[in-house]
Design a protein around this ligand. Structure first.
Ligand code: NAD
Length: 318
């Protein structure tokens, strides 16, 4: 495979060939979008099935990350957790052990700001560039090139990544230095996790009060109580029973755990979100990691409403 690491001036950011590591629900969609946008794409995943599916989409496939490092100057990561990202970048056989030209690494994983900043330090010493560009918009956004991206990195690194970011994203916000993107993504998903719980309570309350669920949703979406959960998740994945969003309970529980850990680290009191965090943690008893994350709305028994009912002060006073 031709080595396209650097331009004639040795500069990184020549995005001729892009490597994507992690070809799951999000990574494969990004590959499809990049191919459509005219980029040459090389993919790697530990899973043979994912590699086959990506080859069928038209990308070149390699069977080790080292091969990918050699053939690409820009590397996109779409991995489950910060630990996976660390392994790929600075673990055995990782990018840091490759005696090769500098690379531009765009980490779209929902990861941890502190880990990202440490990785940035390690890679920068070797001449590589790391930016964090976590995403919102799910597999549909990845497939259509309409992801929302929250980017952390210096102005100049952000500019170098722009050709790739604009191919993948519909809304791209540069939110600060390295690590800031991952902080914003954690905050975003803490809100999504909480909104799913509050929306499921709102639906139970409204329907118990005699309103048809469709009428309730339509009115809420025209009112100030609406959210992405009421406008997108309920109509698209919950009310029709589809539960096929492509985002899992396991990944959302990870994001909620990251939010709780960040709040503890920064000593931020957030009693409402902490209760939501406890309910998401508790949901592991009933919903396996592979289930769709919207299924949390079905767990009436883990809802704060039910907990409150059990200790209803009026009943307690009877
Ligand atoms: P996924 O589990 O479908 O895909 C992850 C892929 O990474 C898997 O195919 C796995 O085999 C591969 N992988 C793991 N370790 C690897 C390694 N060392 N080398 C190569 N491949 C490796 O997950 P996903 O839903 O695509 O999510 C990816 C990331 O994007 C996660 O951090 C998630 O939180 C985030 N995210 C997901 C969504 C969504 O809707 N699915 C939305 C926004 C953000």
């Amino acid at each position: 495979m031709t080595n396209l690491n650097t331009g004639a001036d040795g500069a990184i950011g020549n995005t001729g060939t892009i490597g994507v590591i992690g070809l799951g629900n999000m990574g494969l969609g990004m590959v499809r979008t990049l191919l459509r946008e005219g980029f040459a794409v090389v993919g790697f995943d530990l899973s043979n099935d994912r590699r086959i599916e990506t080859a069928e989409a038209g990308a070149a496939i390699v069977t080790s990350q080292q091969e990918l490092f050699k053939s690409c100057d820009t590397i996109i990561l779409s991995l489950p957790t910060a630990a996976h990202v660390t392994a790929v970048l600075t673990g055995d056989g990782g990018l840091s052990s490759c005696d090769d030209a500098p690379r531009l690494v765009i980490d779209t994983t929902t990861s941890e700001p502190d880990v990202t900043r440490e990785l940035d330090q390690s890679l920068r010493r070797l001449g590589h560039i790391l930016i964090d560009a976590p995403v919102s918009g799910g597999p549909a956004g990845a497939n259509s090139g309409q992801l929302t991206m929250m980017v952390g990195g210096s102005e100049s690194d952000f500019a170098k990544a722009m050709p790739v970011l604009t191919a993948l994203g519909g809304k791209i916000t540069h939110v600060g230095p390295v690590g800031a993107g991952h902080a914003v993504k954690i905050v975003n998903n803490m809100l999504v996790a909480t909104h799913l719980l509050t929306m499921s309570e709102a639906i139970r309350l409204g329907t118990a009060a005699g309103v048809e669920v469709e009428n309730l949703i339509n009115a809420l979406n025209a009112g100030s109580g609406r959210s992405a959960i009421s406008e997108v998740n309920y109509p698209k994945w919950v009310m029709n029973g589809a539960f096929d969003s492509g985002f899992t309970m396991g990944l959302m529980r990870k994001d909620v755990r990251l939010a709780m850990a960040l709040a503890a680290q920064k000593d931020i009191a957030m009693p409402v979100s902490e209760l939501a965090g406890a309910l998401w943690a508790q949901s592991a008893d009933a919903l396996a990691d592979g289930e769709d994350f919207n299924r949390i709305t079905e767990l009436k028994n883990t809802s704060a409403t039910n907990t409150a009912t059990k200790t209803d002060p009026i009943k307690a006073g009877e």
